[in-house]
Design a protein around this ligand. Structure first.
Ligand SMILES: C[S@@+](CC[C@H](N)C(=O)[O-])C[C@H]1O[C@@H](n2cnc3c(N)ncnc32)[C@H](O)[C@@H]1O
Length: 256
């Protein structure tokens, strides 16, 4: 397995990689939502919604313990909250970039949601070292965050640790479509998107990192094998929008 984790430019250790990723997201936080929706033509909303619906039976249980890790500015969390009944346990929404989490909290926090609406508790935390007990969660979801972890295997092991036996995992990530569409998309993803990103942010960086990070991420067969080797069962991948993105799902087996 050549791809062990995210490799932002210049990072030589896992600690460097994590720091570079955190700084990058802190710096793009003010414009993250706007640019995301524009560059994806709002398809990202559909992907978050589809992901949440995949876990509807768990979300419908008011006592289910749910974590959205790498929650960023909170759109995945909001899609999950839509399927929670009133008076259900709050969702945990965690991210290690404070500026992203602060924006997310304005959307999903108890104060902004009103007393009787389901809400999320923000946690400033690293996905590789979650401040949560072993076997305490029924569902862990992450949207477009897993690819950024400094070590994919460690991330999966940490998710396995906090999930109850039989608990479910959902990882929504970018992918690379094949065929003609893949070629056209590659031009957009590798040339157009970094150029727009550079114009908006006035610097190289975040939107150059995006295609590189997708290149570096294991393709579905490799990722599924990694999930199995870290103790997950019933591992699946479903392509979204011709394979531009896709959802990995799995269940925690009792032992690794
Ligand atoms: C592309 S954003 C996705 C945000 C949100 N889930 C969404 O779908 O819009 C990736 C997020 O992952 C967070 N992240 C990356 N590595 C992390 C780690 N090791 N621990 C916690 N958060 C991390 C970043 O700070 C960033 O907010």
């Amino acid at each position: 397995m050549p791809a062990t984790g995210a490799k932002p430019q210049g990072a030589t250790t896992e600690a460097d990689a994590a720091q570079a990723v955190r700084q990058m997201f802190d710096s793009i936080a003010p414009r993250y939502d706007l640019l995301n929706h524009v560059l994806s033509a709002n398809i990202d909303r559909l992907w978050w919604r589809r992901t949440a619906h995949r876990f509807r039976p768990i979300l419908a249980d008011p006592n289910a313990a749910v974590l959205d890790i790498c929650c960023g500015t909170g759109d995945m969390t909001m899609a999950l909250l839509k399927l929670r009944p009133r008076n259900s346990q709050p969702i945990f929404a965690a991210d290690f970039a404070r500026a992203m989490l602060t924006r997310g909290t304005l959307k999903f926090g108890a104060e902004s949601r009103g007393a009787d609406k389901p809400y999320a508790i923000p946690l400033e935390a690293d996905a590789l070292h979650l401040p949560l007990k072993d076997a305490s969660l029924d569902l862990v979801v992450t949207a477009f965050g897993f690819r950024n972890l400094a070590n994919y295997e460690s991330g999966l092991r940490e998710f396995h640790r906090v999930l109850k036996p039989g608990g479910r995992l959902g990882i929504l990530e970018f992918s690379e479509p094949g065929g003609r569409l893949g070629k056209a998309y590659a031009v957009y993803f590798r040339r157009v998107l970094p150029t727009i990103g550079r114009l908006v942010y006035g610097k190289q960086g975040p939107y150059n990192y995006l295609p590189t990070s997708v290149d570096n991420f294991p393709p579905p067969p490799q990722m599924l094998a990694l999930m199995q080797s870290t103790g997950f069962a019933q591992c699946t991948w479903k392509a979204y929008t011709f394979g531009i993105a896709g959802l990995y799902t799995a269940a925690r087996s009792p032992v690794v």
